[in-house]
Design a protein around this ligand. Structure first.
Ligand SMILES: NC(=O)c1ccc[n+]([C@@H]2O[C@H](COP(=O)([O-])OP(=O)(O)OC[C@H]3O[C@@H](n4cnc5c(N)ncnc54)[C@H](O)[C@@H]3O)[C@@H](O)[C@H]2O)c1
Length: 343
């Protein structure tokens, strides 16, 4: 039985990925390491999985703790590293923890992978498209310059380049994935789509940064998990040391999404409210999907509208899950004009 270590497995993408692994890798054991920050919740992983002591182990702990990480990597064949501070607005409010977790946490994981090179066959580092900053050309391929625009993006960029340097220095068996914007079940309400959906369901204003024209490339989280899985299954010699965008190529502006959420929840357009622009905002992102299609065999995911309908249905069915964290939907930050605003 092989063992897969998932860091950050109690967060949004990590918990969806743990459910995916549990369903599709029946002959594997899954170990989750998660510090259970405000963003991680053990109940994001179904009780059935927690109860399966043979195939599942949950450890509450800090990914920056080198000794702890080393002991877990030493028991693992595959490592998938999600653990991070992940919210741009929070990184504007207080950036130190972002560099600690995102950079030093990755340093701890990568160092352990190098040390256990004889047993760890594959390390998948989950980076982000935010490392690119606003697009200089579209669609953005993996050779796009790295111009991170927020503290979150620069911390993730540091981690991304750290992994790259370890690949070159220590011949680490790693691959770097750069997901674009994800949405779906279990996403924290601080992120725009879950915030819009829950605001609409509560008949509260959908607040939009700036003019709402910032455009992003959107992917439903189950489709993200399938793409990470492609990197798990691809022959290592084909992907070792490489970087892949994980995107859809389907781009929508924030205002378009707000309108679609209101239409699908049957709420009036008058719920839309504009606030100041977010500092560190990235204007346009469209992923090139060419490389992942050619090398990993990536196929198109579901259309955005379908994924959004599924996400709305999940939030309608799981009110208890999101009502507990509704108070964390907004964060107070200083905007470019020097005013404090809830973002
Ligand atoms: N959500 C997106 O749209 C998106 C897009 C691109 C990349 N990513 C990347 O994917 C990964 C997962 O993102 P997400 O949206 O699921 O994030 P999330 O904030 O929902 O989850 C992060 C998880 O990491 C855990 N964590 C935080 N600090 C930790 C520490 N010191 N030790 C151990 N665990 C810790 C949290 O408890 C939480 O469970 C991150 O690396 C993020 O940068 C996310």
């Amino acid at each position: 039985m092989k063992t897969i270590l998932v860091t950050g497995g109690a967060g949004f993408i990590g918990s969806n990925f743990v459910q995916f692994l549990y369903k599709n890798y029946k002959d594997h054991k899954i170990i989750v390491l998660d510090a259970l920050t405000y963003a991680g919740r053990p109940e994001n992983i179904p009780q059935e999985i927690h109860n399966d002591g043979k195939r599942f182990e949950f450890l509450r702990g800090d990914v920056c703790n080198g000794g702890l990480v080393d002991s877990l990597v030493g028991r693992s064949d595959i490592v998938v590293h999600f653990a991070a501070e992940s919210h741009v607005a929070r990184s504007i409010f207080d950036n130190k923890i972002f560099y600690e977790t995102d950079v030093l946490g990755t340093q701890a994981v990568a160092t352990a992978v190098v040390k256990h090179y004889q047993t760890v066959e594959r390390f998948i580092h989950i980076s982000t498209s935010e490392v690119y900053g606003t697009s200089e050309y579209e669609p953005m391929d993996e050779k796009h310059p790295l111009n991170p625009c927020s503290p979150y993006a620069s911390a993730k960029c540091g981690a991304d380049r750290l992994v790259y340097s370890f690949i070159h220095t220590y011949d680490m068996p790693a691959v770097i994935l750069r997901p674009f914007n994800q949405y779906g079940p279990y996403q924290h309400l601080e992120k725009v789509i879950s915030r819009f959906i829950t605001s609409a369901l509560s008949n509260e204003p959908l607040t939009i940064h700036g003019d709402g024209q910032a455009k992003r490339d959107w992917l439903y989280v189950e489709d993200t998990c399938q793409r990470i899985d492609l990197a798990l299954r691809a022959p290592m010699e084909r992907i070792r040391g490489d970087v892949f965008n994980i995107g859809s190529g389907e781009v929508l502006s924030v205002i378009d999404i707000a309108h679609m959420v209101l239409e699908l929840t049957g709420r009036p357009k008058s719920l839309i409210a504009f606030i100041g622009d977010r500092p560190g905002q990235v204007q346009n992102h469209r992923s090139s999907t060419d490389k992942a299609e050619k090398v990993l065999g990536m196929r198109p995911g579901r259309p955005f509208r379908e994924g959004l309908q599924q996400t709305i249905a999940w939030f309608k069915d799981n009110e208890e899950w999101w009502q507990k964290i509704e108070w964390m939907k907004h964060i107070k930050i200083m905007t470019k004009s020097g005013e404090y605003e809830l973002h």
